[in-house]
Ligand binder design. Sequence first.
Ligand SMILES: Nc1nc2c(ncn2[C@@H]2O[C@H](COP(=O)(O)OP(=O)(O)O)[C@@H](O)[C@H]2O)c(=O)[nH]1
Ligand SMILES: [Mg+2]
Length: 323
Amino acid sequence: MRQFTPSIDLLSRVLAGELRAMARLMTRAEAGEAECREALARIYENAGRAHVVGITGVPGSGKSTLVCVLAKHLRTSGHKVGIVAVDPSSPYTGGCIMGDRIRMTELVSDDGVFIRSMATRGVQGGMARATSDTVDILDAAGFDRILIETVGVGQDEVEIARASHTTLVVSAPGLGDEIQAIKAGMLEIADIHVVSKADRSDANRTLADLKSMLRLGMTADKRAAWQTPIVATSSLNGTGFTELINSLKEHKAFLATSEIGRARALQIAEFRILKTAEELLRRRFLEHRASRIASVTERLADRRLSPYAAAEELLEGTTIVAA
Ligand SMILES: Nc1nc2c(ncn2[C@@H]2O[C@H](COP(=O)(O)OP(=O)(O)O)[C@@H](O)[C@H]2O)c(=O)[nH]1
Ligand SMILES: [Mg+2]
């Protein structure tokens, strides 16, 4: 039988960037195992150097493809790149996307790229917490550029994209509703707008629509310290990526020198505390209710208790503070 290696013993190997140790710790962190908390605390102390970029946009807007091409550019500049896919349908391990034009296999076999797909099962609301832990592991292991792809549907996904240093919102031509980002409430969260698939003839229209939308929204915000750039990219032709990387650098530098950077760090910290606390509460509640639910259920079914009174009684004794 294989011996269980305590997470704390994986720590030095993770800090040395050993890929297998990273994957093992990620699996435990994702499951929320209490055993790995001490290791994660040490990881957290050692993290904080990476530039974390959230990439969101409706399904089909070209996020996964963009992430691949962006990762390759970042590798060429000597960065180590972590890719975290919150969207489980992302084809990162599938070899290649877009036929043969963009080969994932190069990334998959590159030790300077670590790709992690987050499982969607597990405690509800645990995804944000698990994603942040995964990002920390990558960061502490020396991956200095981390790309998180989240499908821009649902509050949690948008929040995850927001809990990064720089949020890219991807819009694409040919998806019907021209600026999809508006619908999902994603327009405001962008630090950089990307119009992908710029090789298509209808991309100019998307670009123009987005520009006029932003101009409308901007009137109240004209003196904002950061003017959200719009970058057109084609993953097919590889155009626009130098500009995109420059915009990322500029935003990183902006955060480092402005009060907004500090505000962002505090906002990310608050998000993490809340998400972690919510998960702990939920776990404690699940444990607690298991032994108590039956008696309350019977009385509720017989109408001897009201639903609220039953819920209050069930909650009684749930410890907010760790037992
Ligand atoms: N013409 C064109 N198609 C693209 C481009 N990038 C992605 N696509 C296509 O758009 C579709 C969705 O891409 P994908 O990256 O999976 O989008 P996601 O759902 O946002 O991750 C796929 O069929 C891609 O081949 C591009 O730069 N140009
Ligand atoms: Mg995708």
